[in-house]
Design a protein around this ligand. Structure first.
Ligand code: ADP
Ligand code: MG
Length: 713
């Protein structure tokens, strides 16, 4: 890289770490990402070729090549001002991280080492990145959640570079995206199972292509993800004055201002200047490390916004989402702002989700979820949806589990997000086609032509509408060239939901291949899969009460709380699926369930304790002060207040007693108790406090109010 360009890059680094807007983010796009293009420039062609082949075959990179790659990466990273490097990975922190979003873990290691090649006895220091440090790291991992897969006396855990996710430099650190496993090769992170599921998509996908005799040139299969991240932005000082936000990521008390989201006025409104600055800085930082941010806009609730990138291969996209959340936090801090990634920071207005737009396809460009213009494309599209319908119906609970968190329980089924019932929306036209295939029709019968709609005026031209309408009430709607898993929560790491999408799709593709390998025709096999799984297809209104009844008739589960969902995770059927696809051993599946329950218990316990603290040290003293003011007034003033304030104390005592009676020693029982008993009592306490807020002199309210927080910029 020439001197001029390298200083431009450094300037861009300054732009995102210091003064905003001093460089054009589009001009520095991808400059700090060590991708295929950089590799082609910096490395001998033979090394690049071997490296790429290993990514398809899974073979290790040879020691010689490791050294050549590490040296080149070192030089490249130094040109971008890197002083440290970091193995960056995703421990199973779950919603515990909801306070700041599901973030990555890393420690910074110096790019210095002793020069063992030197002749001096006191070996001098030398800046370098030894190959073994790039490819592998060891750490004491005993403080990371592991679901019993690692005990403290056998604490070693290892990070290993996910070679298909490009390292990048930001804030003087070379980030190396990694998988994280124990001394015995058990995965204790979000990333490893995702990578294994991508392998399963490849093996079952290629097997299916062979069985149906299509896509013959394909060497491998990929899964893709494009996330849409929703979040709230508020004033950092107000955030810090709310113990509930600081401790739990959401407000546990507070009444809505008179004007909140009636009329959805905030949706697509102009972005306030302070937030616009934040989003611009984040966009620049993300572009620099190669994540093409595509969209930013205001969301429905006041104070709520969204950003999303152009989709990428699933693992790279999951990485970029975590990095996005980290970057948001970092850049917000510089501007005195606070980002809320929790699924439901404020009761009564919309919460935040993270739609996971997902597709699978071949390296030759065939997308299984694009209706296709050729006969081959059309047949694969119809087959792809049959595989997905099979996966969603056979492993329905599994899909539900991937979005089961304490935070998401406030959203799912609350008319702002899909219900907890998992169904498939392939479009109404496609649903009719499914019936036709079951009745014997040919697989090529689905017509996916776009439709012209007239605007009715001369000035604006006709529009070209997609063959199928959108359905916002479905958890899994078709969106023209992908499916959108809409139930994912905003604070979640996308790895688990996408891993399970891949797994159920791989199961479907394996099943279709198996039927054909057993002698059935392609058409009949697809028809059979549609017939046996049609009950998962639903194209009506998912928010309607009738759907709940209808789903029950169809035998689709409605696991409407996290504990109810999570206990289905380790069923024999699910363990077998993961084991067959080499995604999780049976032990790893069980460990993951344990971690999910632990996360839920932690979340609810911290919430309940925070409530108790806030009532005792904030609300009760405020009520007492307010009541004192009424002392010499008529009982018309004092009585309603006294009654309302005493109710708070009663409900507080009930919550304390409820916590004291909590069972211990059995995670399932603890989680269920917290959900069925503690959470209900938390609701009653909140109601009492929020009622008091309507009577109390406003200057006595001990914390920033909803009105102050959601309209803080
Ligand atoms: P919406 O209109 O649903 O709000 P957005 O434009 O905000 O959609 O986001 C759609 C996301 O889907 C983007 O990240 C986009 O890159 C991604 N996407 C588009 N096509 C695909 C595909 N084939 N596979 C996966 N993701 C895709
Ligand atoms: Mg969107």
């Amino acid at each position: 890289m020439g001197q001029a360009t390298s200083s431009a890059v450094l300037q861009a680094v300054t732009a995102v770490t210091g003064a905003p807007g001093s460089a054009d983010p589009l001009a520095t796009m991808g400059k700090n990402m060590f991708d295929d293009k950089v590799m082609a420039e910096k490395l001998p062609a033979a090394v690049v070729k071997r490296f790429q082949e290993c990514l398809i075959s899974g073979a290790p990179t040879t020691e010689d090549d490791q050294k050549i790659i590490a040296d080149a990466m070192f030089e490249w990273a130094r040109e971008r001002g890197a002083v440290d490097f970091s193995h960056w990975f995703f421990p199973l922190r779950g919603q515990g991280g909801a306070v700041g979003g599901m973030l990555g873990a890393f420690k910074q290691d110096t790019l210095l080492d002793l020069d063992f090649g030197s002749k001096y006895v006191t070996k001098p220091m030398k800046a370098c990145l030894p190959a073994e440090r790039l490819f592998q790291g060891e750490t004491d991992g005993s403080s990371f959640p592991n679901g019993g897969l690692r005990v403290t006396h056998s604490a070693a855990a290892f990070t290993t570079w996910d070679r298909s996710s490009p390292p990048f430099v930001i804030n003087k650190t070379l980030y190396i995206p990694c998988a994280f496993i124990t001394h015995f090769g058990k995965c204790i992170d979000e990333k490893t199972p995702l990578l294994r599921s991508m392998d399963a998509v490849k093996s079952q996908g290629l097997r299916m292509l062979k069985a149906v005799g299509l896509g013959k040139d394909a060497q491998t299969m990929h899964s893709y993800l494009g996330w849409e991240q929703e979040f709230f932005v508020m004033d950092a000082a107000l955030y810090k004055a709310r113990p509930d936000l600081v401790n739990t990521g959401r407000t546990l008390f507070g009444k809505l201002p008179t004007r909140h989201q009636q009329g959805d006025l905030n949706y697509f409104q102009a972005i306030p200047t302070s937030v616009q600055n934040l989003l611009d800085n984040v966009q620049a930082a993300m572009l620099l490390v190669g994540c093409p941010m595509a969209v930013k806009h205001n969301e429905v609730a006041p104070g709520q916004h969204e950003m999303s990138p152009v989709f990428r291969v699933a693992n790279v996209s999951c990485d970029s989402n975590v990095f996005f959340m980290e970057t948001m936090n970092r850049e917000a801090e510089k501007l005195g702002l606070q980002v809320l990634f929790h699924e439901k920071p404020f009761a009564g207005i919309n919460g935040s989700g993270k739609h996971a737009n997902w597709s699978v396809g071949t390296d030759t460009g065939i997308n299984f979820f694009y209706p296709g213009k050729t006969d081959e494309g059309r047949k694969l599209y119809v087959s792809g949806i049959a595989c997905l319908a099979y996966g969603l119906s056979q492993y329905n609970e599994l899909v539900r589990c991937t979005v089961a968190t304490a935070g998401n329980d406030h959203r799912l089924g609350a008319q702002e997000a899909p219900p907890a019932i998992i169904s498939l929306y392939p479009g109404q036209g496609f649903e009719q086609f499914v019936d036709a295939v079951i009745a014997g029709a040919d697989l090529l019968g689905y017509k996916a032509e776009k439709k012209h709609q007239q605007t009715g005026c001369t000035q604006a031209m006709f529009i070209e509408a997609n063959v199928e309408d959108r359905n916002r009430t479905a958890p899994f709607p078709f969106c023209g060239n992908r499916f959108e898993f809409r139930a994912v929560g905003s604070s979640q790491n996308c790895c688990l939901p996408v891993m399970v999408c891949n797994a159920i799709m791989a199961a479907g593709m394996g099943h279709l291949a198996g039927l054909i390998e057993g002698g059935m025709s392609h058409r009949d096999a697809v028809a059979k899969m549609f017939k046996e799984n049609k009950h998962v297809i639903f194209t009506g209104n998912g928010y309607s009460p009738e759907w709940k009844e209808e789903a029950a008739k169809r035998g689709l589960p409605n696991l409407n709380t996290t504990p109810k969902a999570v206990v289905t995770w380790s069923s024999d059927k699910n363990k077998k699926l993961f084991d067959d696809l080499k995604i999780y051993t049976k032990e790893e599946t069980e460990a993951r369930q344990e971690v999910m329950l632990e996360n839920y218990i932690n979340c609810l316990t911290i919430e309940a304790q925070t409530m108790i603290n806030m009532v005792e040290t904030g609300f009760v003293p405020a009520c007492a002060k307010d009541l004192k003011k009424c002392e010499n007034m008529s009982s018309k003033f004092s009585e309603p207040r006294k009654t309302a304030y005493e109710a708070i104390v009663d409900e507080l005592e009930k919550l304390k007693a409820c916590m004291d009676a909590m069972p211990h020693g059995d995670l399932e029982k603890e989680a269920t108790y917290l959900c069925d008993k503690v959470k209900v009592q938390m609701g009653s306490l909140r109601e009492a406090v929020d009622k008091a807020e309507t009577m109390m002199e406003s200057s006595l309210y001990p914390y920033p109010t909803y009105e102050q927080m959601i309209y803080s910029h």
